[in-house]
Ligand binder design. Structure first.
Ligand code: PNS
Length: 165
């Protein structure tokens, strides 16, 4: 029998990808057979990195994992998820601060397509305090971001802010 793969789309701005995102992908693979890390062109945030830069950094990080695909997407997330024949949207949730917006997005996406479920994983406690925004701020002001982003991302961040590595 031709069994369909259990695919989840993990969408985000990923500006840039952090170790928190990587941890979520790895844990998501305990549930799903394939994860598509979908890098959004349309995000409420104004990104530091271009769409191509964000995609390239994430691709480099996951190049050794066959069951993780990194793709850019534009337009409505739900249309993209449908086009990939994915069953779920995967999102991480950090404590209470994330809850309201995540709840709104999940309900809106459910309204747009009731056949696609949003699955939340609680962020691992190790990454609870980090966010792309905070990391960019620390990097910009010359702080040490070693250990919270992959090495290739660390290099790109320092390059962006004109710091020698
Ligand atoms: O990393 P972020 O910024 O939390 O990700 C937010 C993102 C990109 C997942 C969200 O803004 C999104 O889905 N954008 C695509 C456009 C869309 O479908 N908007 C309606 C969402 S209910």
């Amino acid at each position: 029998m031709d069994k369909k793969k259990l695919i989840a789309v993990y969408p985000g701005t990923f500006d840039p990808l952090t170790n928190g995102h990587i941890s979520l992908v790895k844990r998501g693979l305990d549930i799903f057979e394939e994860i598509i890390l979908a890098v959004a062109l349309h995000s409420p945030k104004i990104p530091l990195f271009s769409l191509q830069e964000r995609v390239d950094m994430a691709r480099k990080t996951f190049e050794h994992m066959d069951n993780v695909l990194v793709e850019p997407f534009e337009g409505l997330l739900i249309d993209y998820v449908r086009s990939k024949k994915a069953r779920a949207i995967l999102r991480g949730m950090r404590a209470v601060a994330d809850f309201e917006l995540e709840f709104q997005m999940a309900l809106m996406n459910r309204r747009l397509d009731r056949n696609i479920q949003t699955v939340f994983l609680m962020t691992d406690y190790k990454w609870l305090y980090i966010s792309s925004t905070l990391i960019k701020d620390v990097a910009k002001l010359g702080g040490d971001i070693h250990g919270v982003v992959p090495e290739n991302v660390q290099k790109e961040l320092y390059k962006k802010f004109g710091r020698m590595v």
